[in-house]
Design a protein around this ligand. Structure first.
Ligand SMILES: [Zn+2]
Ligand SMILES: [Zn+2]
Length: 426
């Protein structure tokens, strides 16, 4: 029988990497607190309808990339491909419009998309997701942008750059769509097959096509921001002036579009890295008509999502600091059954004092136990051999300095407690 492996396109996040992830989550949780966003945990699967209506029937995600199946009760279920729709669903379902607005929520977890696997892209991938629901104030857009920037700043990402755009609203977008179609018409033949298909259904998406020929055609395409209605235009000015107040480094990018009716006004993206090797580390924007599209009453909202794999990869490439890798600080080496029993008792006490500690479970020689302690990066080894057993003392060896002392257990614990305190204050 061949051994079973993980399905194609997914992977295990092993301890060698997961501690870096934990750092990203720690920083994110702190920033969330500082900005007043509260954490929620939402289901990994939802009714398919939530995404077909809440993400959009004509998007690649819904058309080609969803993990959809019929459950045993005959209902169509989909593994979530993103979080905004679930967040707004939860807001509506729990009547959060009765709370103080905007309701500010965040969550982190795996998303699922059936995409062609390639380096850095997986079918199960993790996102950080922040949403501010219930306000149309442009300063909320500014807050969301600043929040995402703050996470990346604290994670030490370099060359951070904000690109923003406004995609208008159902009032002004039809006008822009017509202008865009007129502009594209003479070059329709040069567009890729999917863009030719988009021309009628969703022409805005042609502007963000990555195909070089499509890019060339749309090089001088009319800009959405030149066709905004008064409300959208004022909102965009508000976002820009707010970003200026914060001194944020931003530019307007007409290629940032989302061609669906419930995406409104602000669209933004944050890039990081050296010029020429820049990566988008997050994307977000406003979705004032999303709540309505999934059957709720009109509720404005704005938010962003950031891929955890991409963040960690960017941090590694840029040599960012992930903080201290967790390790075992004290190893208890013992020889003989009676000593082992005493080791178990001391281990229990150390752990009670919140001192990370471990012992041998493999019946190894003292020499091999020292080697194990070394491999774990332990700062101290506490030895209980025959002599210690007789005298009731312990021998404590500092693995960095090589110093060794024989002490009473109380004295030993005291040294280890102080060492732990100084480690934690570092
Ligand atoms: Zn408008
Ligand atoms: Zn194209």
């Amino acid at each position: 029988m061949s051994s079973i492996k993980a399905p194609r396109g997914v992977r295990d996040i092993l301890p060698e990497e997961s501690w870096k992830w934990a750092h990203v989550f720690d920083v994110t949780r702190q920033v969330a607190r500082d900005f007043g966003y509260r954490e929620v945990h939402l289901p990994i699967f939802e009714y398919t309808e939530l995404f077909s209506r809440g993400v959009g029937e004509t998007t690649d995600v819904v058309e080609k990339e969803m993990y959809t199946f019929t459950d045993r009760g005959g209902r169509s279920i989909t593994l979530r491909p993103e979080l905004s729709a679930s967040m707004v669903r939860s807001y509506l379902e729990h009547g959060m419009s009765r709370q103080q607005q905007p309701v500010k929520l965040w969550s982190a977890g795996p998303m699922f998309r059936y995409e062609r696997p390639q380096k850095g892209r997986y079918r199960q991938f993790w996102q950080l997701d922040f949403e501010a629901i219930g306000s149309q104030d442009p300063y909320v857009d500014v807050e969301v942008i600043d929040l995402s920037l703050e996470i990346f700043r604290r994670l030490g990402l370099k060359g951070l750059e904000v690109k923003i755009n406004s995609v208008g609203c159902p009032v002004c977008r039809p006008l822009y769509r017509d202008v865009l179609r007129d502009f594209l018409k003479p070059n329709l033949e040069k567009l890729c097959p999917s863009c030719r298909d988009r021309y009628d259904r969703n022409p805005l998406r042609i502007i963000d096509c990555k195909n070089p020929e499509c890019k060339a055609v749309t090089e001088n395409a009319p800009r959405t921001i030149d066709y905004l209605c008064e409300e959208c235009s004022e909102h965009f000015v508000g976002v820009e002036s707010g970003l200026r107040v914060l001194g944020a480094d931003f530019s307007v990018d007409n290629r940032l579009v989302r061609g669906l009716d419930y995406y409104t006004k602000t669209a933004y993206e944050i890039l990081s890295g050296d010029l020429g090797a820049q990566n988008a580390v997050c994307g977000g924007g406003r979705y004032d008509n999303l709540a309505e599209s999934i059957g709720g009453k009109h509720t404005p909202g704005v938010g962003f999502a950031a891929g955890v794999e991409r963040i960690v990869l960017s941090m590694e490439q840029q040599g960012s600091d992930f903080g201290l890798q967790p390790k075992t600080d004290v190893y208890i080496a013992s020889a003989g059954e009676e000593a082992r029993e005493r080791a178990l008792k001391i281990l229990h006490e150390l752990r009670n004092l919140c001192i990370s500690s471990d012992m041998d479970y493999q019946d190894r020689s003292l020499k091999a136990q020292f080697k194990a302690a070394n491999n774990m990066g332990a700062e101290y080894v506490c030895v209980i051999g025959e002599d210690e057993l007789k005298s009731g003392m312990v021998t404590l060896k500092n693995m960095n300095s090589g110093d060794q002392q024989t002490l009473t257990l109380e004295e030993g614990l005291d040294i280890l407690k102080r060492a732990e305190l100084s480690r934690k204050s570092r």
